[in-house]
Design a protein around this ligand. Structure first.
Ligand SMILES: *Cc1c(COP(=O)(O)O)cnc(C)c1O
Length: 364
């Protein structure tokens, strides 16, 4: 990684969204509906390494129709948020963990590695230049979306020798329409998300494309999300299409499926495990079967279930539905353990409490 440019050229947007329009968007941002005024782009080629690092006005991308990403799905991404703090400043949450995971995803898809400090600085600089887009009320935040595509112009199938890395940002409110009320999940017996040796641990667009039919199956059965079983035994709970899952038992212990290579290693997942252990709770990273899940709901041993990820933070799962069962977990709302962990995590992210693990990266 000797040939690389890490200084950004900065070009201010000449026709940014007016303050009035921006405030209207921030008042009701939805999720991913609006983009900020600027974006980051950095190019990579085999000869030049990383070059042309720019922060400039957000613009459309133009591509030759044979560009590799359009045919072979060479695309990876990350998701992280900039949180407004009570003193008016702002911070990212564990951005170096996203940088590391981005490079792990890149390695799995035979894409170029990006220096971690270049990745982190690109996200920081975009959040700073678009700071007026960081919501200052409630649970809103600025969602940062770094991504990389293979840009070699060639129909032949081989690893791309050129890449475009970019970061865009979008002000967001609550991920689920119902806020933090319970989510219903459908257990897919038809589809799996990831097989051993596959790309389940990589954050790539292809995994999401492959989950959409399962997501549609869930919607057809009146569920908001799909929960996937392992591809070999079709028995062990893995995760939702874009969120990890935790189980809370009546003895106060917590369990989440282990990172076996078919599950995306969530930074929210990792943070919650640490915070739960800080509180003295027992957290097991052990497989949990669908039969056991059903039996534990019926016996009352399982008291809370929640999904977690950067976008939705922590969302209770209140209903488990499958081909021949339909079970309600708890009272359909957010249980006390879920609520407590959610509050502990979001208080750190929003700078409302101290930061015992040094996870917050203050931007200004
Ligand atoms: C991004 C993602 C998650 C959550 O990861 P976080 O780092 O917590 O945002 C979980 N599962 C999948 C499949 C994901 O893509």
């Amino acid at each position: 990684m000797d040939k690389q440019q890490t200084e950004f050229t900065v070009e201010q947007a000449t026709s940014p969204v007016s303050a009035q329009d921006r405030e209207a968007m921030l008042a009701n941002p939805g999720f991913g509906k609006y983009l900020t005024d600027h974006m980051v782009t950095i190019s990579y080629s085999a000869e030049k390494g990383w070059h042309d690092a720019k922060i400039g006005p957000r613009h459309d991308l133009q591509m030759n129709p044979s560009t590799m990403v359009l045919h072979y799905a060479g695309e990876i991404f990350e998701g992280m948020k900039t949180y407004r703090h009570p003193d008016g400043g702002a911070g990212l949450f564990r951005p170096e963990a996203n940088a590391r995971r981005f490079n792990n995803s890149a390695a799995r898809l035979a894409m170029a590695q990006i220096p971690e400090d270049l990745f982190v600085n690109s996200v920081r600089e975009l959040a700073r230049i678009d700071r007026d887009w960081i919501p200052s009320e409630g649970e809103g935040s600025l969602y940062m979306r770094p991504f990389m595509i293979g840009t070699e112009v060639a129909i032949g199938n081989h690893p791309s020798d050129a890449f475009l890395y970019a970061v865009i940002a979008s002000p967001v409110g609550s991920y689920f329409k119902g806020g933090v009320s319970g989510v219903s999940v459908w257990v897919s017996e038809e589809y799996t998300r990831a097989a051993p040796g596959g790309t389940g641990a990589a954050k790539c667009g292809g995994n999401y494309a492959a989950a959409l039919a399962a997501q549609a199956e869930a919607a057809k059965h009146g569920c908001e999300q799909v929960v996937f079983l392992d591809a070999v035994e079709r028995r062990w709970i893995e995760e939702l299409a874009g969120m990890n899952v935790f189980f809370v038992f009546d003895d106060g212990t917590i369990q989440t499926p282990p990172l076996t290579g078919t599950i995306l290693p969530g930074i929210t997942r990792d943070s919650l495990i640490r915070l739960a252990r800080d509180k003295g709770m027992t957290v097991r990273e052990e497989p949990y079967g669908i039969d056991q899940w059903r039996a534990d709901i019926e016996s009352g041993r399982l008291v809370e279930v929640f999904a977690c990820g950067t976008a939705a933070v922590v969302a209770p799962i209140s209903q488990l539905k499958g081909k021949d069962f339909d079970l309600t977990i708890g009272d359909g709302g957010m249980g006390p353990v879920t609520a407590d962990l959610r509050k502990t995590l979001t208080d750190i992210q929003f700078g409302r409490s101290n930061d015992p693990h040094g996870w917050v990266d203050r931007l200004f």
